[in-house]
Design a binder for this molecule. Sequence first.
Ligand SMILES: NC(=O)c1ccc[n+]([C@@H]2O[C@H](COP(=O)([O-])OP(=O)(O)OC[C@H]3O[C@@H](n4cnc5c(N)ncnc54)[C@H](O)[C@@H]3O)[C@@H](O)[C@H]2O)c1
Length: 289
Amino acid sequence: MRVVVTGASGFIGGHLVHALTGQGHDVVPVDVNGPDRCDLATGDLTALAGADVVLHLAGRPGVRASWGDGAAAAWRDNVTATERLLAACAATRPRFVLASSSSVYGSADRPCAEDDPIDPRSPYAASKAEAERLAHKAAANGLPVVILRYFSVYGPGQRPDMAFHRFIEAALDGSPAPLYGDGAQSRSFTYVGDVVDATVRAAGTPLPPGTVLNIGHPTTTSLRDALDRIADLLGTPAPTVAKDVAPGDVARTWAGTTRAAELLGWTATTGLDDGLAAQIDWHRGRRRA
Ligand SMILES: NC(=O)c1ccc[n+]([C@@H]2O[C@H](COP(=O)([O-])OP(=O)(O)OC[C@H]3O[C@@H](n4cnc5c(N)ncnc54)[C@H](O)[C@@H]3O)[C@@H](O)[C@H]2O)c1
């Protein structure tokens, strides 16, 4: 299979390229920070030629960064880029997988199902909701699109702006990391290997165009609990400094995963302690290198 992976130089995209290459696929990595320097919002899209599958992970992630000046950048990289990519695929109709986000749901008081109403509470979430709308429009015009809503992904290579990365580095350095809010906010933290597995399955499974799937661990864990686990695994606490809760930072995300189990045969299998241990190994390895 010829598979175009956008966002290939990023955290999840890098793992995805590695997995697909290992399975013998013909992988075409695309990223504005990659050797091709392809900006999907403005650039030449000939890399898409001959693709059987497009896995569209490129984007501008992060709720906090999407306020103020970040809003225009989030719109450009999450909406304009997706719109151009969908248009470029209209004639050849490869299977198209869009990386969306649990943030479109707002806050959850029970496991979210894909048909629940959305409630985006930040410019980032709104940009992902708009990318989804464009994907549904393309699906109605015959593009075989699948939308994956990823839930707080962690593991080796995690982005430096994300909570576990900050906490582990803080514990290793003994210098405090910001903790936004009281730490009671909880997330369906999902190991990157499980996310890659789900994405590879979506790439190879014929599904009704416009199918939306939650890709998240069914257990929701508070940041305080995660901090305790990191401290146990490292044998030293991660110092934190209290910061105001970030606007748009919801109290809880919670993945309902029945549909992904039914349609992809996928459930997240990596528990938080194992996943955190792998991420800690990666942080330690970087320091030795
Ligand atoms: N990491 C998470 O917890 C999480 C959760 C939900 C959704 N997502 C989504 O999954 C995708 C991957 O997330 P990640 O954590 O790996 O992010 P990342 O920032 O590590 O990777 C995104 C990549 O996209 C590239 N990119 C951005 N704009 C581009 C453009 N205009 N043209 C070409 N390349 C561009 C960046 O250079 C980067 O390498 C994103 O779309 C993100 O919104 C991530």
